[in-house]
Write a protein that binds this ligand. Structure first.
Ligand SMILES: [Zn+2]
Length: 169
């Protein structure tokens, strides 16, 4: 929110009202981790969905509410990328807890129930996948401890999944 004139211009009360409004619009869920936000317990943050620096509008329609910790953890990834990373994180955790090693299979199963049409192909040791109805994602390099994502235009998310075993058969 540091670069938002819109947010800086709000009074504390207006900021709280916007927080409440986004919280309701998002069904009380954090935009990044998609877990519940408890406004009493959690520090929250309002941020641009499409970053201001890449042409995102500084207005209400481009704002989302997140846990403060989720927003801090995303570093300079944009919110849509941060959400994808959070989803993959959960897939990895769930597989690991079941004693399985995380693989493409888990990614595909998890996305089978997604509202997005999930398509993928393997190019070398990279997995390219696309969510047809994903919002605009501009090119961005995101460093992450487990994997590198390269987000290109046309909603293609390329990830080099170093710990993922490709299970294509
Ligand atoms: Zn969160």
């Amino acid at each position: 929110m540091g670069n938002s004139r819109f947010l800086s211009a709000l009074s504390a009360t207006e900021y709280q009202q916007l927080t409440n409004k986004l919280w309701k619009m998002q069904s009380h869920k954090c935009f990044i981790c998609e877990e519940e936000i408890d406004l009493e317990l959690h520090d929250t943050n309002i941020d641009h969905i499409r970053p201001f620096v890449t042409g995102g509008k500084d207005e209400e329609s481009n704002f989302a509410l997140t846990h403060d910790r989720c927003n801090k953890a995303k570093q300079d990834a944009d919110l849509e990328v941060a959400k994808r990373i959070a989803r993959l994180d959960k897939i990895i955790k769930a597989a690991t807890q079941k004693g399985e090693s995380p693989s493409l299979k888990h990614v595909l199963i998890a996305n089978g129930g997604s509202k997005y049409d999930f398509r993928f192909r393997v190019v070398g040791n990279e997995l390219e996948y696309t969510f047809d109805k994903a919002d605009d994602i501009t090119k961005k390099d995101v460093k992450y401890s487990l994997m590198n994502y390269r987000v290109k235009k046309q909603h293609i998310l390329t990830c080099r999944l170093s710990i993922f075993t490709m299970m294509m058969s």
